[in-house]
Design a protein around this ligand. Structure first.
Ligand code: C5P
Length: 241
């Protein structure tokens, strides 16, 4: 019997309003290097051989815009569904997961506002999740971490030797993540990422090394840092020409 390659669907939550960025346009649609931010992330997923389909969750009011100006305009062939998100990120992911067929083995969750993931990162996190059930891209903390009281006074320095920053992409067995989301929804448990839902269930989650470049675009200054990362990536190509 020929063994089928596991099917991995990517769910991309892009339904946030991006209030910390200021302005009326959700940050995932702002321009970075001449392209809407989410197009950068979607291109990497489109190029990733392990990803078989992409489900995009967007603000309900922006669905038409996304179908015409993102999916059609940039010719994404793997995006099979564009669905309205929910109030919180967790709701948007749950809406995306609800679209998945039972034949999908693995699911990769990636925030639309992290444009600098790589094809290699996607492959490594999917491999790790195939072995362990759940895996996240993460990096060790570099700064010294302080616990600060409400008045701004430092209470203590936190031992950072075991502290890591979780990023996306994060990969999971599809049935495991769907079960976690169902239970969290029923019990009104809110997590800030999908790995936290696994931890809540007591399921081990493994880490694979991410990169400092795989930043989340949150504030206006992140756009300037993002432009610098893009320029640095373009540099070697220009030197060769
Ligand atoms: O707000 P934050 O930076 O944590 O958002 C991370 C990702 O989750 C973004 O891509 C954002 O568009 C998405 N999101 C969502 N639905 C929400 C809130 C955030 O899809 N209700």
């Amino acid at each position: 019997m020929v063994r089928q390659a596991p099917r991995t669907a990517a769910v991309v939550p892009a339904a946030g309003r991006g209030l910390r960025m200021g302005g009326a346009t959700p940050k995932q649609f702002l321009t970075l290097g001449g392209l809407p931010i989410l197009v950068h992330a979607l291109r990497v997923l489109e190029e990733s051989p392990a990803v078989t389909e992409i489900i995009l969750t967007v603000p309900a009011a922006d669905r038409e815009y996304c179908l015409n100006e993102i999916v059609a305009r940039y010719k994404f062939r793997k995006i099979t569904k564009v669905v309205p998100g929910g109030e919180h990120r967790q709701d948007s992911v749950r809406h995306g997961l609800a679209q998945l067929d039972q034949s999908v083995d693995m699911v990769l969750i990636h925030d639309a506002v992290r444009p600098f993931l790589t094809v290699d990162m996607v492959a490594r996190v999917i491999d790790a999740a195939a072995k362990h059930g759940a895996a996240v891209v993460a990096i060790p903390l570099r700064d010294t971490i302080k616990r600060v009281d409400a008045g701004g006074l430092i209470e203590s320095t936190v031992d950072r030797s075991h502290l890591w920053s979780a990023q996306t992409p994060q990969a999971f067995q599809r049935s495991l993540l769907q079960a976690a989301h169902r239970k969290a929804h029923l019990e009104h448990y809110q997590a800030t990422d999908d790995a936290q839902l696994m931890e809540w269930l007591g399921h081990p989650v493994t880490t694979v090394e991410g990169s400092g470049e795989n930043m989340k675009i949150t504030r206006p200054e992140d756009l300037r840092i993002g432009e610098a990362i893009l320029a640095a990536r373009e540099m070697p190509k220009k030197v060769i020409q």
